[in-house]
Design a protein around this ligand. Structure first.
Ligand code: SF4
Length: 394
């Protein structure tokens, strides 16, 4: 499989779902969003959010993902990436309500890592993740059957990105694999391939092909030809048993619709416009973009790199636009631009807005728990196993 062949993207049903109150029941997000929301034009929204939050006091803990809107981040008790936020939630056992301003899989992870007594709440149940939706439990079970048939399941370790549903995390735990984040993907792959590791020769990387390929090629020195792309929409993933046997990395055909938008053209264009610019991109970007960048790293890495950058330096950042705008505002002494010419928000993250937050907080203050995200016991058990393996990574 050549790199070029892997760059085409598959359509997702997401665009059809964005504006509807009902969502696809097969997806990792919830099915509807009950309740009457305050009007976005209500001039008292900020005051209402403040009042409800003050009324709830220590009972509520609000988590804000880095890609959230400013109007929501303003009310967050902590901000961070999905894994940091799930751990922050676990570190607040006294909070009865964890309001997760992020997307569905993040709220599931927080539910897995918090106690039974804590309710994890997602202000809009339709805030899913298009990447997580690209790997369903049924598709992954079918893939495992294909690997079994090809005689490679016994030597394959699943490594799943944090950006996956609880079902996929549970599959990973059940089959001896680990979860990874964009910060520790290299360590997770090293563990999976290590001598003395559970099995030595193959990784099934779910669901982000780009993070899997970028980590294998950039950090572990694999050739792009060591990677094959498993397409769940094709019989046998579109691969022969020989291809599966020869591959080191079996990459799931998923991608992030936000980071997947950056192209080699955007890198070349910004270098022509801003001489000396440092191009810094997230590893969910396509391999050709990552290969052309000066630096590659997770959202936490990007934030730290800009904090440490000298005044007067210029940066083009390839990640979600809300975060890039906030970073530009926080560092007026540096030139920080968005890598692409067109806007590139995470549209599902953006579903969490002030009206949804106000509705959630006021409902909780009235003693009504809304939009609770609960992972069933068995799924939780195996998903936790995979998360614990990640925490134990060297
Ligand atoms: S930015 Fe991409 S991976 Fe993150 S929640 Fe949005 S669609 Fe999913």
């Amino acid at each position: 499989m050549t790199t070029t062949e892997t760059l085409d993207v598959q359509p997702t049903p997401l665009a059809l779902l964005l504006l509807g109150r009902e969502a696809d029941p097969r997806s990792e997000r919830g099915v509807n969003c009950p309740g009457d929301l305050p009007a976005p034009s209500d001039p008292d929204l900020v005051e209402r959010a403040r009042t409800a939050k003050a009324k709830l006091g220590e009972k509520v803990f609000i988590l804000g993902h880095h890609y959230q809107r400013d109007e929501v981040i303003e009310f967050a008790d902590v901000t961070g990436d999905s894994f940091k936020l799930a751990r922050d939630a676990a570190g607040r056992p006294e909070a009865e309500y964890i309001v997760f301003c992020g997307v569905h899989f993040m709220a599931e992870s927080a539910d897995i890592l918090t106690s039974e007594a804590q309710a994890v709440i997602l202000p809009d149940l339709a805030a899913g993740c298009s990447m997580a939706d690209m790997a369903t439990a049924e598709q992954v079970a079918e893939c495992w059957d294909v690997l079994t048939e090809a005689g490679v399941a016994d030597v394959t370790v699943p490594v799943s990105y944090m950006n996956s549903s609880a079902d996929i995390k549970a599959f990973t735990g059940r089959h001896g694999g680990t979860i990874c984040t964009s910060s520790n993907a290299k360590r997770a792959l090293e563990w999976a391939f290590a001598e003395g590791g559970p099995r030595q020769n193959k990784v099934l990387f779910l669901p982000d092909q780009h993070l899997g390929r970028n980590t294998a090629v950039r950090d572990l020195g694999f050739s792009p030809d060591d990677c094959v792309l498993y397409n769940p929409h094709k019989p046998n993933g579109g691969l022969t048993a020989e291809q599966l046997r020869a591959a080191k990395m079996i990459l799931w055909r998923g991608h992030c619709s936000v980071h997947g938008r950056f192209s080699l053209d955007s890198v070349e264009d910004v270098r022509a416009r801003i001489p000396g610019v440092n191009v810094l991109v997230h590893p969910e970007c396509k391999h050709e973009v990552v290969a052309a960048a000066d630096q590659v790293g997770s959202t936490e890495y990007i934030i730290k790199a800009l904090d440490a950058a000298p005044a007067g330096s210029a940066w083009a950042i390839g990640t979600e636009l809300n975060l890039v705008r906030r970073l530009a505002k926080a560092h007026p002494d540096k030139q920080i631009v968005f890598l692409d010419k067109t806007v590139c928000f995470c549209s599902t993250m953006n579903r969490i807005d002030l009206p949804h937050l106000v509705w959630t907080l006021e409902s909780l203050a009235d003693g009504k728990v809304v939009n609770r995200i609960q992972v069933d016991k068995e799924t939780e058990h195996f998903a936790k196993l995979a998360l614990e393996r990640m925490l134990a990574l060297p």
